[in-house]
Design a protein around this ligand. Structure first.
Ligand code: DAH
Length: 381
C-alpha cells in the first residue's frame, strides 16, 4: 500500500476547489430559493444535501486527502454545507408559514353563518295521543293488545253478537276483502265469499284477547280501522280507535264509570268527568254513549248566553264514544263463563279526540301529511 501523497493539494482536486464548492453552495441556495412549494423544496433538499449531492460527494473526497490538507478542505466544505443547511431551514420555515397562512384562509369556517336547518321528523300527533292514552292504562296494569287490520268477519261481527242482518255488516260501512282464490267459504248474507273484511272497529281485538289470554283480562287496544266513508272535515275512511276491555270477577258499571273518569282526568285535567247515556251496541248490555264534560267551558256555557262555547256548542258535554258491560253472549262466544265473570268495554275514535283536544277543525289535515299541520305539535312524546 502506498503512503499518502504529501504534496497532494486539495485545491487541485477538482471537486474541492474553492470555486467549485462555492458553485455547489450557490446552486443549492438558488434551488431552495426557486422551490415554490414544500414538495419542491424537499426535492431540492434531496438533490443538494442528500448522500448523492455534490457537496456530500465532495465531503467524501476529503477522507482521501493527506492529513495536512484535510483541515482546510474540511473547513471549506463544512462551511458550505452549514450555509446550505441554514438556507434550507430558512426556506422551509418560510414555505411552512406560507402554507399555514393559506390553509387558514382556505379552510376558514364562518361560525356565524346559519346552518342547514334540516328539521328532524316527529311522530304524528295521532300516534303520540294514542300512546298517551295507552300509558294511562298501562300505569293501571292494563296490557296493550293488537289485532290484524285485515280481519275475519267472525271476529269483526259474529263473535261480537253482530248478526248477519246488522246494518254494520252491510256494504255501506264495510270494506270486504276479495281473496285471490275467491275464498273457500259459502256466500253469507251481508258478507263475502272470503269472509274477510278490513276491520270496521277495534272491538274484534276484545275477542282475540279473550281467546288468547288467561282471565282476568285487562287490555287497551289501539289501532287503525276502515269504513267506506268519503274523506271530509269530519270523516275519513281510515281512522283510529282505542278499545278497552276488562273482564274479571265482580266488575260492575261503577268500575267502568270510574275508569272513564280517570281517563278524562288524565287527558284533560282535574275536575273532568264523564256521563253515560243509554244506547245500544250488540256487544254490550247495558250499553251507553259516553260523554265527557266540555274541557273548555266545563259545562258553564249551558243556559248561559253570555258565555257561549264553540267547542261543545254550549251543550256542556262532548260525545266521546260507546261503552257498556260486555254482553254475556260475547263472553260465551269466547268460552268465558258469564255466571262467574263480567266485564266492561269502551271504544272511541282517536281522530275525534285529537280534534277537540287540540282544536283541529278539519280531519283532512290529519291525513294529508302536510308538515305545517304536524309541526306545531312539536316533538311530543
Ligand atoms: N265498536 C264501536 C264502534 O266502532 C264502539 C264501541 C261501543 C266499542 C261500545 C266498545 C263498546 O267497546 O263497549 O262504533
Amino acid at each position: 500500500m502506498s503512503a499518502p501523497n504529501k504534496s497532494y493539494d486539495p485545491v487541485e482536486v477538482e471537486t474541492l476547489k474553492p470555486e467549485e464548492i462555492e458553485r455547489m453552495r450557490d446552486e443549492a441556495l438558488a434551488a431552495f430559493a426557486a422551490a415554490g412549494s414544500l414538495d419542491a423544496l424537499h426535492e431540492a433538499k434531496v438533490a443538494h444535501t442528500g448522500p448523492a449531492s455534490p457537496l456530500a460527494l465532495a465531503n467524501r473526497e476529503i477522507g482521501a486527502l493527506p492529513p495536512h490538507a484535510k483541515a482546510e478542505a474540511g473547513k471549506r466544505v463544512g462551511m458550505a454545507r452549514g450555509g446550505v443547511n441554514k438556507a434550507l431551514a430558512a426556506r422551509q420555515a418560510e414555505l411552512e408559514a406560507e402554507r399555514d397562512a393559506r390553509v387558514l384562509v382556505e379552510e376558514d369556517v364562518d361560525v356565524t353563518l346559519p346552518y342547514d336547518r334540516v328539521r328532524s321528523g316527529a311522530r304524528h300527533p295521532l300516534t303520540t295521543l294514542s300512546e298517551r292514552i295507552e300509558d294511562i292504562f298501562v300505569a293501571m296494569g292494563y296490557e296493550v293488545a293488537e289485532g290484524p287490520q285485515v280481519e275475519a268477519e267472525w271476529f269483526n261481527f259474529d263473535a261480537l253478537n253482530i248478526g248477519p242482518d246488522h246494518p254494520a255488516r252491510g256494504e255501506a260501512d264495510t270494506f270486504f276483502v276479495q281473496t285471490a282464490s275467491g275464498g273457500g267459504s259459502a256466500v253469507r248474507e251481508g258478507g263475502t265469499e272470503s269472509g274477510v273484511v278490513l276491520r270496521t272497529h277495534t272491538s274484534p281485538v276484545q275477542i282475540r284477547s279473550l281467546l288468547e289470554r288467561e282471565l282476568p283480562v285487562y287490555v287497551i287496544c289501539p289501532g287503525r280501522v276502515y269504513r267506506t266513508d268519503e274523506l271530509d272535515a269530519t270523516h275519513t275512511p281510515v281512522f283510529h280507535q282505542v278499545e278497552l276491555l276488562a273482564v274479571d270477577e265482580g266488575l260492575t258499571m261503577a268500575d267502568l264509570k270510574g275508569t272513564l273518569d280517570h281517563m278524562v282526568q288524565s287527558l284533560f285535567g282535574e275536575g273532568m268527568k264523564t256521563r253515560l247515556r243509554p244506547n245500544f251496541f250488540p256487544f254490550t248490555e247495558p250499553s251507553a254513549e259516553m260523554d265527557m264534560l266540555c274541557y273548555v267551558c266545563k259545562g258553564e256555557s249551558v243556559g248561559n248566553p253570555d258565555r257561549p262555547c264553540r267547542t261543545c256548542s254550549s251543550e256542556g258535554w262532548i260525545e266521546l264514544g260507546g261503552c257498556g258491560m260486555v254482553n254475556p253472549r260475547v263472553l260465551t262466544a269466547c268460552g268465558v263463563d258469564p255466571e262467574k265473570y263480567s266485564g266492561f268495554a269502551f271504544g272511541f275514535g282517536i281522530e275525534r279526540m285529537l280534534m277537540f283536544r287540540h282544536n283541529v277543525e278539519d280531519m283532512r289535515d290529519m291525513v294529508e301529511g302536510d308538515v305545517r299541520f304536524t309541526r306545531p305539535f312539536g316533538m311530543e312524546i
